[in-house]
Design a protein around this ligand. Structure first.
Ligand code: SF4
Ligand code: FES
Length: 257
């Protein structure tokens, strides 16, 4: 396959960016999108030019490091697929592909296609954990969890923190990410003691980081490589409202869902 790439190049956070055009020749349809960029970069390095910076780590769809806008779509044209799992056979030979970094005020560009997603780390640090002393590992059967709660918690825990939801949202909202983290802990018994405080603190941090508000466009769940449902946002809003209504951060209320 031969492709034309239009790639966002930006030397650093303060430098002005621009689109640059590159020819990608002899691309195998079996290459992943990142492997295709590797080949382009090898050619750039051979020619003494600066390679295109992009984020990646596991290259198997589980770490959340990769992610670019491909022809204006977060993670590209295949639903439920992270950029590293996207294969070039999904593009036509001769195609022109526009590649840009996530666009969000809360994700400043570091270089080229790399953005700073440390705002997500600070949302987690605000409450995305359990501090209750849970003791040693118990026999699993001693803490019963309803099958529906276990399934929903597992689905929410699939979030890899890639940030595609933010990039896809017209408001630049981080609600799907934050709601996924709140849900996977708040649906399980161990997450109950801090459930409402967690929602209150994580939502407050999300706002402080400059993410936009959720107005239920639903673009986030369409872009999400792990198909996280916007139902999690409803759960986050309910928990946040309970925390606000009671005014007691540490209040412990039973039940899940
Ligand atoms: S909710 Fe989906 S799109 Fe958003 S960070 Fe998690 S995995 Fe990525
Ligand atoms: S590189 Fe880890 S999810 Fe893509």
């Amino acid at each position: 396959m031969n492709l034309t790439l239009n790639v966002w190049r930006q030397a650093n956070a303060d430098a002005p960016g621009r689109m640059e055009r590159y020819d990608a020749r002899d691309v195998s349809p079996d290459m992943s999108f990142l492997e295709m960029l590797d080949v382009v970069n090898e050619k750039l390095v051979e020619a003494g030019q600066e390679p295109i910076a992009f984020d990646h780590d596991c290259r198997e769809g589980i770490c959340g490091m990769c992610g670019v806008m491909i022809n204006g779509v977060a993670h590209g044209p295949v639903p439920g697929t992270a950029t590293c799992q996207l294969h070039m056979r999904n593009f036509e030979d001769g195609a022109s592909i526009t590649i840009e970094p996530w666009r969000s005020r809360a994700f400043p560009v570091v270089k080229d296609l790399v953005v700073n997603r440390s705002a997500f780390d600070r949302i987690i640090a605000a409450g995305g954990f359990i501090t209750a002393p849970t003791g040693g590992a118990r026999d699993a059967n001693s803490i019963l969890v309803a099958k529906t709660d276990a399934d929903e918690a597992m689905d929410a825990a699939a979030c890899i923190g890639c940030g595609a939801c933010v990039a896809a949202c017209p408001n630049g909202s981080a609600s799907l990410f934050t709601a996924a983290k709140i849900s996977h802990l708040g649906l399980l018994p161990q997450g109950q003691p801090e459930r409402y405080r967690r929602a209150e603190r994580m939502v407050a941090q999300m706002d402080e980081e400059g993410f936009g508000h959720c107005t239920l466009y639903g673009e986030c769940q369409e872009a999400c490589p792990k198909a996280i449902s916007i139902d999690t946002i409803a759960r986050m809003n309910r928990d946040y409202l309970v925390a606000s209504a009671t005014g007691k951060e540490e209040k412990v209320l039973g039940g899940t869902g």
